[in-house]
Design a protein around this ligand. Structure first.
Ligand SMILES: Cc1cc2nc3c(=O)[nH]c(=O)nc-3n(C[C@H](O)[C@H](O)[C@H](O)COP(=O)(O)O)c2cc1C
Ligand SMILES: Nc1ncnc2c1ncn2[C@@H]1O[C@H](COP(=O)(O)OP(=O)(O)O)[C@@H](O)[C@H]1O
Length: 312
C-alpha cells in the first residue's frame, strides 16, 4: 500500500475511487465500505484511495479531552494493507482544516491531488465545516466537479447497526465478545515492554508491563483477559491483567501487564502487540500473596484451555 500525507507533493495521473472517513476501529461496517471501494476501483480501471484523518477529528474538536480511540494510525496502516487498499492518504487534522467547506475539501484534495472520479461513502457520512455536507450535497457537487457517488448501506448484526461508539461501550462494559464480533477481529493494543516493580518474578509470574503507543487508545474494562501476544518473531498466548493491583498498591495507576505462557526471556524495550481473546474475571483485592498466586495459577490453566479450544 502506498502511504501519502497532505504534505506529500502528489497529483494522481490515474483516475481514483476514493472513500473518506475516520474509520476508527475498522470494523465490519468499515470493511463493507472498503470492499465496495476496491471493487468499484477495479470496475472503473482506477486506483483505490482511502482518505483518513490523524489525529481523530473528535479528539481535536471535542470539548472533552477523554475521547478514546480504537485504532491508532499504525494499526490502521497494517489492517488496510491486509485489506488490499492501494493508497492511504492521511490528512493531519487541525481546527483550521475543519473550517474548510465541503466544496473546498473536495476540490482541493479529492479532485486536485487524488484525481477522484468516484466517491464511496457510508450511509451517514457527513463532511466539511460543521459536517454540513451529506450524500445529496455530494451528488450535487459531483455533477459540478465531475465525479459520481455511491453510498453503502449499514452493516448490521441482529438488526443493530455496527458503530465505533458501540464497540467502545462494549469494551468499557467488559463485553469483549461483542466488541470482537463487531470488529471482525480481536481488539488489540500495541506498545513497548517497560520495567515495573520487579514483583512479578517473585510471585512466579513475571509480567511484561506494556506502555501503550497511543495515549488515547481505549482500554478494555479492568480485569483479567486471555490474550495472544505478538513479539518480534514469536506469537504466544498469555494472561493479561489490566488494573491497579489492589493487593499491593494504593496508586490509581492503570497498568496493562501480561504473563506470557511457555516463555522465559528478557523483553524489556521490545515491541509487543496484545490481542484480547476472552475476558476471564474482575480484578480482586486479595488478603494475601498466596491467594493471588493461586488465582493466577487458575487463570493460567483457564487461558490454556480456552486458547486450545479456539485455535486447535
Ligand atoms: C493473570 C494475572 C492476574 C492478576 N490478577 C490480579 C488481581 O486480581 N489482583 C491484583 O491485585 N493483582 C493482580 N495481578 C497483578 C499482580 O499483582 C502483578 O502482576 C504483580 O503485582 C507484579 O507487578 P510488576 O510486574 O510491576 O512487578 C494479576 C496479574 C496477572 C498476570
Ligand atoms: N513468561 C513471561 N511473561 C512475561 N514476561 C517475562 C516472562 N519471562 C520473562 N519475562 C521478562 O520478565 C519481565 C517481567 O518481570 P517482572 O518481575 O514482572 O518485572 P517488572 O515489574 O519489571 O514487569 C518482562 O518484562 C520480561 O522482560
Amino acid at each position: 500500500m502506498n502511504i501519502f500525507t497532505d504534505r506529500s507533493e502528489i497529483k494522481f495521473e490515474k483516475k481514483s475511487v476514493v472513500t473518506v472517513g475516520s474509520f476508527d476501529g475498522l470494523h465490519r461496517g468499515h470493511i463493507k465500505i472498503i470492499k465496495e471501494l476496491i471493487s468499484t476501483a477495479k470496475k472503473n480501471n482506477g486506483t483505490s484511495v482511502l482518505v483518513t484523518f490523524d489525529p481523530h477529528p473528535r479528539s481535536v474538536l471535542s470539548k472533552y479531552s477523554e475521547v478514546s480511540i480504537l485504532t491508532s494510525l499504525d494499526e490502521k496502516k497494517m489492517i488496510l494493507d491486509k485489506l488490499d487498499v492501494e493508497n492511504l492518504y492521511v490528512i493531519h487534522f487541525t481546527r483550521e482544516f475543519s473550517q474548510l467547506s465541503s466544496e473546498e475539501f473536495i476540490q482541493n484534495f479529492l479532485i486536485e491531488k487524488l484525481n477522484a472520479s468516484h466517491i464511496v461513502i457510508g450511509h451517514d457520512h457527513k463532511f466539511g465545516k460543521d459536517r454540513l455536507g451529506d450524500e445529496n450535497k455530494l451528488r450535487e457537487l459531483g455533477l459540478k466537479l465531475g465525479f459520481t457517488v455511491s453510498s453503502v448501506q449499514p452493516e448490521c448484526i441482529d438488526d443493530e447497526i455496527i458503530s465505533s461508539t458501540k464497540i467502545r461501550r462494549f469494551l468499557i462494559n467488559g463485553e469483549l465478545d461483542k466488541a470482537n464480533l463487531y470488529l471482525d477481529r480481536y481488539y488489540s493494543i500495541c506498545g513497548i515492554v517497560v520495567k515495573g516493580a520487579q514483583r512479578g518474578r517473585t510471585l512466579g509470574f513475571p509480567t511484561a508491563n506494556v506502555q501503550i503507543d497511543d495515549v488515547k487508545k481505549a482500554f478494555p474494562k479492568v480485569g483479567v483477559y486471555v490474550t495472544r501476544c505478538f513479539l518480534k518473531d514469536e506469537v504466544k498466548f498469555g494472561v493479561m491483567n489490566i488494573g491497579y493491583r489492589p493487593t499491593f498498591e494504593n496508586k490509581q495507576e492503570l497498568v496493562p501487564e501480561v504473563y506470557i505462557l511457555d516463555f522465559n526471556r528478557d523483553i524489556y524495550g521490545e515491541k509487543i502487540r496484545v490481542d484480547f481473546i476472552k475476558r476471564l474475571r474482575d480484578e480482586i483485592k486479595f488478603n494475601s500473596k498466596d491467594e493471588l498466586i493461586n488465582q493466577i495459577e487458575k487463570d493460567k490453566r483457564e487461558a490454556e484451555k480456552i486458547a486450545s479450544q479456539i485455535f486447535n
